[in-house]
Structure formats: structure tokens, C-alpha cells
Ligand binder design. Sequence first.
Ligand SMILES: [Zn+2]
Length: 423
Amino acid sequence: MSVLIKGGYVVTQNANRLILQTDVLIEGNRIEKVGSHAGECDHIIDASGKLVIPGLINLHGHVSMAAMRGIADDLPFEEFLKRTFTADAKQTDEGVLEGARLGCAEMALSGTTSFLDLYYSQDQIAKAAEELGMRGFLAWAVLDDDKTTQKGSPIKNCEQFIDRWKGNELITPLVGPQGVYICSEETMRKARELAARKNSFCHYHLSETRKEVYAHLQETGKRPVDWLESIEFLAGGDVAAHSVWITKHEAKLLADAKVSVAHCPTSNMKLAVGGVSPVIELRELGGIVGLGTDGCASNNSLDMFTEMKVCALLHKHYRWDPAAMSAQDVLDMATIEGARALGMTDKLGSIEEGKLADIVVVDSTQIGMRPTTSENAVSNLIYSCTGRNVCCTIIDGNIVVLNGKLKNAEAEEMLETTGSTKS
Ligand SMILES: [Zn+2]
């Protein structure tokens, strides 16, 4: 199938960050041409006056928790964990699937095309992502055998999950050692060994709260990143979520090891973790930083546009410097840097010929987005836009959202009752 996106402002996110008023031609699942096109094609999307951007990459979340929206708000961190763990322990495969369908639909409708997820029962999430046509990087949660509610051994479950999904076009199965507070040294080593053996990488939580860091310091004599370095766990290509309470030395260890950080500003602020992740220092040290929403229990939204705005505002405010985190910096984190973190620089994150066709059209002709020109396009995307301005989402060359609605009628029908208020 060929798709022509005609006449929009194309925010390419290429090396020169060019914004071009032109067409984008998609052939199959690839971007065939960025430039004016007059030939035949199967489907034309009129993007005149609209913004055409690379699909957004949500670098950390628990998509299935969309079904847990609003169950644990305004609580101290420990209470929040207790409530979400209790809900998780009662979860069935069917519940995980329902939540994932809801979360995937929310992401596609708000312009996210790729997401990195950390959870158990990832087969259900893979199924939901495949049904809708989302690109999922799915890390099966690995933790100590005696601390899990999973049936069987988490590391074995993870290995089997990888074997089932390896080589899938849209799903990339990964290893998810949940965090140092619930993974012993032996579990971390097994996770690393599995990732290496399967040519995969690890995604994990890291130094989210001060309490967690001090508990680890007390137990092992080392802060989490220092400890991970000492057990030779740190490996290039991994993605660590949060990384709020890290020292400059630890930031350098992560940057040097090429471990990317998934920054989750909304979740961090809502759970009042106190610190601000040193993402500016990380970037200055050459580290890779992307952006994530975290789960719906702590964010309560999977809208990456809101996340980008919150990210920019947090760092400006914290630094007393409106230039500390620019609109362009944040857009980079949600697109090309997210692609780098996933090892997909040559395939995702920008609109360039030869890359995979993950593209979003934002209706900047709507009142809250006017006036939009190529000069203020990036500013408007970060400071004025929300996911509700997305009118079209294309993933792997397939039109998943058109005119603000899911194109897949079955998915639309299935979602009619999913997650709606139950008595
Ligand atoms: Zn998380």
C-alpha cells in the first residue's frame, strides 16, 4: 500500500532539524520520499496547514495499568505501591489484555507510535499492540523468585516470552529486571546473561526515590548505579527509567556505559519523589535521554504531548532558566533520542527517506493551535498541543488513526465498553 501525506509542514527531525512544507510518500512500511509528489498512490491524506511529525516514542510505562487510572492518587509513595501491588496481584490475563487495549488505543490516538513497557504477562500486551498495530518494546518483569506473584520463575517466563516473540515485525521482546530493591545480585546477573544470550537488552527502574537509594546503600554499602557497576551489570543499549536520585559520578557511569535514561517528569512530580532527574547533566555528559509517561496509576495519562510540556517546564523552573530545556530539546527526547535509546536510530525517530513509516499528523488548524507556521511549529507542538490535536497516526506504513478515530473498526468496537465505568 502507498500513502501520500500531502502539503503539510513536515517537522523532519533530521540532522539539521529542517521543517519543510512538502509531501511525504510512504510505500509499504517505509518512507519512500520526502518532497513534492504528483504520481499515483492508494491513499492521500490532505495535511495542508497541518503538522507532520515523527511518531512519538514513549520510553517508559506499564500500558496495562491504563485500567488502574485514578486508583492510587494523592498518596505517599509506599501507600501508592501497596495499592498498585494489591491491584496487580489480583490481575488476570484477561485484565492485563483489557488494560493494554485501552492504553494502546490512548497512545495511538495521542500520537505515540512506539512504547517501551515493563510488566509481566507481556504476551497479552503484545497481543493488544499487534491488534492495534502499535510498535511495542516489551520487557518481561524479572525479580527474585520468592518475591513474585508470577506463576513459575520470572526469569524463565521472560526467556519463554522472548522465544515466542523474537523476530516479530512490531514486537521486540526484552528483559525487565524490575529494580535493585526487588532483584538480588544473582537475579541481576541472570537477567544480564539472558539479555546477552538472546541479543536483547534490559529495561529497569533505577533510583526513583531517595528512600530506595539509601536502603540500598545501607544494605550493600553502595548507591544503586555504583553497585550495578561493581557487579558488572551496566551495559550499553539498556534503558533505565527515572534515575532521579543519582550523583554526578553515577550520571557519568551511565553515560559512559551508554545506558539510556527514560525521564518521567509527571510521574516523579505526582509521586513527590522530591528530586529532579539530572537529565541536563546527563545530556552534557553525552548520555542518551528519552521521555516516558510511566504507568497510568502514577501519571494518569499516556499523552506524550503533555509529558513534553511538563518536561520543559520542570527544568526551566528548577534551573531559574527559561533556556535550560528548549522546545526543540524536548521534541528531540520524544523522537530521535528515544529512537537512539532503543537502538533504532537508523529506523525510527525522524522523517527521512528509507526509515520506517511511523508518522503523526497534528491538526494545527484547530483554534488552540493557531497561528502555526514553520517558525513556531516546534513551540506550538510542545507548549500548545495535546494528544487531542492528533488527527492521523501511521505506524509501520499502516493508518492506525484517521480523522481522530481508530481506523480498525474491530478495535473501536472492542473499546466501546473496555474500561468504561462498571458498577
Ligand atoms: Zn515505572
